[in-house]
Design a protein around this ligand. Structure first.
Ligand SMILES: C[S@@+](CC[C@H](N)C(=O)[O-])C[C@H]1O[C@@H](n2cnc3c(N)ncnc32)[C@H](O)[C@@H]1O
Length: 244
């Protein structure tokens, strides 16, 4: 059973997303568990403070380590097992489909720790198993990134997506982008569906799709054809753990 724990200051942000579509159904059917933990519950003092000013000065507030670690440890103590702890941060390698497959096979709960403000006290990273980024841009918080991870993993789980075959052909599964799809009408504003696709010869359709997939990858994402030149290593390596 794939289980996610999301550590966030805004657990309500996930309500409608987790309650809708195929993801909502997967949760209802028990194919996936997503628990939300508000680390403000472990904030300091009567105001449940989770952040403070940065040492050395500068703008913005930094998330203190204690509420995050205590929230994680409380969830782990309750579950009786150590989670796979992931820090969601733009200061990491970008998440890929290979990571989604790896997390889908995880045999313990996957904890996604979402930041806010200026981000985390640097020492929080020492207690994590890995860090991941959604891409080279800055959002206000880690919640959208956590949601992207949950959804990309959920659709790899058995029986979450109706047609399992569509998963195999998808972009990134074979290292290439997927071929172009067409539906009706046959001609739209002068643009025609490639005749081979409407012809019914499955061998020809197959080779058109293979060629289109290569051509599209060459045009839009040449870095995929030359891994190592541009976007960095293919999969995330777990960080060396300094602490348990
Ligand atoms: C405003 S950001 C902090 C950015 C940080 N000061 C920096 O420059 O690297 C606040 C939080 O949003 C989340 N976040 C923002 N952009 C992200 C991205 N591209 N990928 C993953 N998380 C992101 C992280 O959890 C981060 O701690």
């Amino acid at each position: 059973m794939t289980e996610f724990w999301i550590f966030t200051l805004y657990p309500e942000l996930f309500d409608s997303y987790l309650g809708s579509g195929l993801l909502g159904r997967a949760l209802e059917d028990g194919k996936l568990v997503v628990a939300r933990h508000n680390f403000r519950d472990f904030g300091l003092g009567k105001h449940k403070k989770v952040d403070d000013t940065p040492y050395g000065g500068g703008a913005g507030m930094v998330l203190r380590p204690e509420p995050i670690l205590e929230a994680l440890e409380a969830a782990e103590a309750k579950a009786g097992q150590r989670s796979h702890r992931i820090l969601v941060t733009p200061r990491a390698k970008a998440y890929t489909q290979a990571d989604a497959h790896r997390l889908a096979r995880m045999d313990r709960p996957v904890a996604l720790v979402c930041g806010r403000f200026e981000g985390f006290d640097e020492r929080v990273g020492s207690f994590m198993d890995e860090e991941l980024s959604l891409g080279d841009f800055i959002m206000m918080g880690g919640e959208v990134a956590a949601m992207a991870v949950v959804e990309s993993v959920a659709r790899l789980l058995p029986q979450v997506i109706g047609n399992g075959e569509s998963l195999v052909c998808e972009s990134y599964e074979s290292g290439l982008l997927e071929y172009g799809h067409y539906t009706k009408p046959l001609v739209f504003r002068g643009l025609e569906v490639p005749p081979v696709l409407a012809g019914g010869d499955h061998k020809k359709i197959e080779s058109w799709r293979t060629a289109d997939s290569r051509q599209t990858t060459r045009l839009k994402r040449p870095d995929l054809l030359n891994p190592g030149q541009g976007k960095g290593p293919e999969s995330l390596e777990p960080l060396e753990k300094d602490h348990e």
